[in-house]
Design a protein around this ligand. Structure first.
Ligand code: SF4
Ligand code: SF4
Length: 87
């Protein structure tokens, strides 16, 4: 085999499918009064849709959140509730 080596280049972006369309049926809502800033939601979100601020507070980027509920399941203090999208 000759020629240059083939290199796969991945371009990181939030959410494998990009922005959420109109199909999301549920969304997570954070109760900041309960949040202990453990960052587990930020670590576990498969879409990178949990935004971490400098003070380790977190917020959901609904442009990319797919509503899977993993963040709510991982939150140790139940600070995240999954609600119907239309609520
Ligand atoms: S619901 Fe899923 S995609 Fe949305 S912020 Fe939580 S873990 Fe990420
Ligand atoms: S997992 Fe829960 S307590 Fe931890 S940062 Fe996220 S919302 Fe806050």
């Amino acid at each position: 085999m000759s020629g240059l080596p083939v290199t796969a280049i991945a371009t990181p972006r939030r959410g494998a499918a990009g922005r959420t369309g109109l199909w999301r049926v549920e969304r997570p809502v954070i109760d900041h009064s309960r949040c202990i800033k453990c960052l587990l939601c930020w670590l576990y979100c498969p879409e990178g849709a949990v935004v971490r601020h400098e003070d380790n507070s977190v917020e959901i980027d609904y442009d990319y959140c797919k509503g899977c509920g993993i963040c709510a399941n991982e939150c140790p203090v139940r600070a995240i509730t999954v609600v119907a999208e239309r609520e």
